[in-house]
Write a protein of this length. Structure first.
Length: 359
């Protein structure tokens, strides 16, 4: 603010000029009229400034002027916020930090971060925030708000959106299967009941269970197959572990195996004159281990091997040397712990070659 003054003395000379600014500061004193005398009021308010002039006769005169001083307008600060990452699965951990908040005509003196945009800051302080950690446990859309305040109390804020998506969640259509006495395969479905991508793997607990496919993403159909061939009689249990980034579960598997079951093929044989032997096939179509025994009803017919376990091939060999020409019948009885079967055997014997011996 600049002050100037003018006055005159009708019968003499003005010798002193003083300006009292009215704010208690030192007055300006001069011997000539003031021209553009600067003065700054440090506080806002109304002040009564006086110009006092004295002439050479010692007389003074005063003129007053009311001055209204206002403070200069405050520039508000600018808030700048950094929030990586802004999208992710719950629980989502983020860090928020000041990204260079400024005040064009002063300084930022207060910072506050509200992670849910609910007006209640989770963090505040006089220094710029540097990597303030926060974790969102519940999926949803949030606003992270940074509010700053300058040295004259002016606020500013800025915000960043954060999207928290649900985590993957494994769901399996069946909890298990009982294959009973004969079934060999079944299926179950995997689905993602949450968000994001569900990555799952299936691991059988034992070698007689196989799964296909063994892994996948989100929805899928898994085929579970059991191999009964090496299982003993009785009940067998196992499982398929389904594990994923959205939880894990166990798919239980059980089956039952009956006892051994004898199967003999064929059940009748006819060895023609040219056939020196024939074969029988023995198999176990049940569970457990089949133990068998072969017994021919005639001494001229042999079975080899005569005893055994599991699947086997039996060779039947007739001894025609003591047999007369024609067709001879015998029976091979196969007995086992899985049942018994009789196999009928016919053996053709040719006419002996007629010979004449003369001595
Ligand atoms: Ca300011
Ligand atoms: Ca809050």
């Amino acid at each position: 603010m600049l002050f100037s003054g003018a006055a005159s003395d009708s019968d003499g000379q003005l010798v002193q000029w003083r300006i009292l600014f009215g704010d208690g500061t030192e007055p300006w004193v001069g011997t000539a009229a003031p021209v553009s005398v600067p003065h700054q009021y440090e506080t806002a308010g109304r002040f009564v400034a006086r110009l006092v002039v004295s002439d050479d006769g010692g007389t003074t005169a005063t003129v007053t002027q009311t001055v209204a001083a206002t403070t200069h307008p405050n520039e508000p600060p600018e808030a700048a916020l950094a929030v990586p990452p802004v999208v992710g699965e719950a629980p989502l951990a983020i860090t928020a930090s000041d990204d260079g908040s400024t005040d064009p005509d002063g300084t930022v003196v207060q910072y506050a971060i509200d992670f849910e945009g609910d007006g209640a800051p989770e963090w505040s302080g006089p220094a710029p925030p540097f990597d303030v950690a926060h974790e969102y446990a519940i999926p949803g859309d949030y606003l992270v708000v940074l509010t700053v305040e300058d040295d004259e109390g002016a606020p500013a804020s800025t915000s960043r959106a954060v999207s928290v998506t649900p985590p993957p969640a494994l769901a399996v259509s069946k909890s298990g299967v009982d294959f009973g006495g004969s079934a060999r395969s079944t299926t179950f479905d995997t689905t993602n009941a949450g968000g994001g991508d569900l990555n799952w793997t299936c691991t059988p607990s034992t070698t007689w269970i196989t799964v296909s496919p063994t892994s996948g993403t989100n929805g899928g159909t898994v085929t579970v197959t059991v191999d009964r061939s090496a299982l003993d009689g009785g009940t067998h249990t196992g499982s398929v572990a389904v594990s994923s980034n959205g939880g894990s579960t166990i798919f239980s598997v059980s089956l039952s195996m009956g006892g051994a079951q004898l199967d003999v093929t064929p059940t009748s044989l006819h060895l023609l004159e040219a056939d020196s032997s024939a074969t029988l096939r023995i198999a176990n179509t049940g569970g457990g281990v089949l133990s068998f025994d072969c017994q021919a009803s005639a001494a001229w017919l042999s079975a080899s091997p005569a005893t055994g376990t599991g699947a086997a091939t039996i060779t039947l060999t007739p001894d025609r040397s003591a047999l007369s020409a024609g067709t001879h019948a015998a029976t091979v009885s196969v007995t086992s712990d899985g049942g018994a079967t009789d196999v009928s055997v016919l053996v053709d014997v040719a006419m002996g070659r007629l010979g004449l011996v003369i001595e």
